[in-house]
Design a protein around this ligand. Structure first.
Ligand SMILES: [Zn+2]
Ligand SMILES: [Zn+2]
Length: 651
């Protein structure tokens, strides 16, 4: 008999093989491919007839792995179509380093035993009501949004919903945006359920991945807490998906196969015909629009833990106060912070820039330092005494031999967290200060540091965006946002939304044990109206306005954007090719093409980058027409295309 076998590679279609084995759709098989062997999956449709005839090869063997469910195949077919990637590459996302895992001995799954313990959590009336609404929709596909301020107990509500599903012998998936630091979450999970979940992200060992993969496929593991890629695990019997912090833009995978894991989770739930819960304090504009259209149901938790109120806010207009040279903190701020420290409040200085300074220049020889691979400045990290590219990872020592004579006389302009930490130290020399960024916190020692912060042994934190991601610091009652960019201009259509999310995320970090707390914004463009919208307790005021703006200007979620990024080493050739490519596409797709323009980061990892933006109706027709036409275009050697459907970053 003949079988279509999809292989995890760049092809968009299965290959035809034959075999006498009894095989069904979704079976994993080993087949010869070229001169080597590969593992693929019996697919649900044959490759379209080609005029070329090949000798049909024989399947070598069937692997001892439960079949991929047909629903999963349908999801992968759709995933490939929507994101304009080859089906083979979609299948590759399911595997561990390109391979499926055959069944392991039972002892390997020992760590994941899952007797659910009965717990004594008492839900508030509000939580009970919300749980009831989640449960009503527990039959079939349904998107429910669980919306609640930080500290309102959303996690316990979805844990209860998950418990119900697990008791019915289904599997559950909880997705989190920032998984490097899950210890607080794991502890909460263990306390509630009495067993540990399987943790899945790119940083776990290959061995661990293999155990979890096979445990999920064989139904030996029933809960996964995972990052984006957990979405592609071969669940035997998935019953519920939770996407926590659904608004978080790090759900976007923007390298390799580009996709939005939140949106793809919704689609997977729809193919599996199971419920999905999106959890957030403030929904993304996309989700909010779907709530308004009644596509998603919603339940709200408004009561904050122990009736804590949201923080107050104060604005410090940097145009009206004078900052000292090489200083970024105003006198006003230092006074306010002293006052908080006296009350034993923990203080956070927030600045979303790693390192010491984003710009280094020698006064004598005017030598400045930019990345040899990217068109971007190298950031000086004083802790490591090196210059680092945050995009490609290039790093080099800061060489002091001046071209003129003697040693260089450097000017560092602009601050990163290390520099703000210095300035803070000058003002508060006796206080314990800690930097909280991916440079200092993604290591083994971070567990200790977290403990110290929680126990108020660290008095001042200087942190990047990383700190806004779901941590619970009970004594944090004062946050200083060193410089918030509230300008509405710029090329990022989501800037306003990002500021809204940032404010609410930071608010959620402060005042969690009921004490009054304050957030201070230092800013150069203090538009009182904008700030009052962003900081309003009711985020819907802002969201409604934002939706009006997006609608008026035909921006997502009212139109589909697809970004086409061409890269190549030869600048001239690339620009010519981009124009040729645009003309080729123009008359054949269901949308409008803008560009080509140089990408804001024109050179990245040694490649020049030019982008086209396709705008069109929200319909698969647009994606399909584009996929079809791209296939027919022959790029000149050395030029590569990557497609980003629903782009979030326009770097
Ligand atoms: Zn670089
Ligand atoms: Zn110099």
């Amino acid at each position: 008999m003949k079988f279509p076998i999809l292989l995890p590679n760049i092809f968009n279609h299965p290959f035809t093989y034959e075999s006498d084995l009894k095989l069904g759709i979704g079976d994993f098989v080993e087949v010869p491919f070229g001169k080597s062997k590969m593992v693929g999956v019996v697919w649900n449709n044959f490759e379209q007839k080609t005029s070329k005839s090949f000798r049909i090869k024989k399947i070598i063997r069937k692997l001892e792995i439960p079949r991929l469910k047909e629903k999963t195949l349908h999801f992968l077919n759709w995933f490939a179509e929507y994101n304009i990637v080859p089906k083979g590459m979609a299948l590759k996302l399911v595997l561990v380093s390109g391979k499926p895992i055959e069944k392991l001995d039972n002892e390997f799954y020992q760590d994941f035993k899952h007797e659910i313990k009965e717990n004594l959590y008492k839900l508030t009336n509000e939580q009970k009501k919300s749980l009831k609404e989640i449960n009503i929709s527990n039959r079939g596909f349904n998107v429910h949004v669980l919306q609640g301020t930080t500290g309102s107990g959303k996690t316990i509500v979805y844990f209860e919903a998950l418990k119900k599903i697990l008791k019915k012998k289904y599997q559950g998936l909880v997705m989190l945006p920032e998984i490097g630091l899950t210890s607080q979450f794991e502890k909460k999970f263990l306390e509630f359920f009495g067993f540990s979940p399987a943790i899945w992200h790119s940083g776990i060992t290959k061995k661990k991945k293999e155990i979890i993969w096979s445990g999920i496929a064989n139904g030996k593991i029933n809960v996964v807490i995972g990052a984006r890629s957990s979405l592609f695990l071969p669940f035997k019997n998935l019953g519920l998906i939770i996407v926590d912090e659904e608004h978080d833009q790090s759900y976007k995978q923007d390298e390799g196969v580009i996709y939005n894991a939140r949106d793809m989770a919704i689609s997977r739930a729809s193919f599996e015909n199971i419920p999905i819960n999106l959890v957030t304090a403030v929904p993304s504009v996309e989700t909010y629009e779907n709530i308004k259209k009644k596509k998603y149901s919603v339940s709200k938790l408004d009561q904050r833990y122990q009736n804590a109120s949201l923080p107050n806010y104060e604005i410090i207009n940097l145009n009206e106060v004078k900052l000292e040279k090489q200083s970024w903190l105003s006198k006003e701020i230092i006074q306010k912070v002293s006052f908080h420290l006296e009350k034993k409040d923990q203080v956070l200085f927030f600045l979303n820039r790693r390192g010491f300074s984003p710009n280094v220049l020698c006064k004598k020889c005017f030598n400045s330092f930019s990345c040899p691979n990217c068109s971007i400045n190298l950031v000086y990290h004083r802790n490591k005494n090196n210059l680092l590219c945050h995009y490609c990872g290039f790093n080099t020592l800061l060489k002091k031999d001046c071209v003129k004579e003697g040693i260089c006389d450097f000017i560092f302009s602009g601050p990163g967290v290390e520099r703000i930490s210095d300035e803070v130290k000058k003002h508060f020399p006796s206080k314990k200060i800690e930097i909280f960024s991916s440079d200092t916190m993604n290591k083994k020692s971070s567990k200790d540091k977290l403990e110290k912060i929680i126990n108020n042994k660290i008095e001042i934190l200087v942190g990047t965006q990383l700190i806004s991601k779901g941590f619970h610091f009970p004594n944090l009652n004062c946050i200083v946002v060193v410089d918030i960019d509230l300008s509405t201009q710029g090329h990022d259509l989501r800037n306003a939304e990002k500021n809204l999310q940032l404010y609410h995320q930071l608010s959620g970090r402060a005042g969690r044990t009921g004490q009054p707390s304050t957030i201070y914004f230092q800013t150069y463009n203090a538009s009182p109206k904008l700030i009052s919208d962003i900081t309003n307790k009711n985020p819907e005021i802002f969201l409604n306005k934002e939706i009006e703006i997006r609608k008026k200007n035909n921006l997502p979620p009212f139109q589909r954007f697809i970004s086409l990024i061409l890269t190549g080493e030869n600048e001239k050739k690339l620009e010519k090719e981009a124009i040729k490519f645009k003309i080729f596409l123009e008359r054949k797709i269901y949308g409008k093409i803008l560009g080509p323009v140089s990408a804001p980061i024109f050179r990245l990892k040694r490649k020049y980058r030019v982008r086209l933006l396709v705008r069109g109706p929200k319909s698969l027709k647009l994606n399909n027409s584009l996929a079809l036409i791209i296939q027919k275009y022959k790029f000149s050697p050395g030029i590569k295309l990557s497609v980003d459907v629903d782009p979030i970053s326009f770097n």
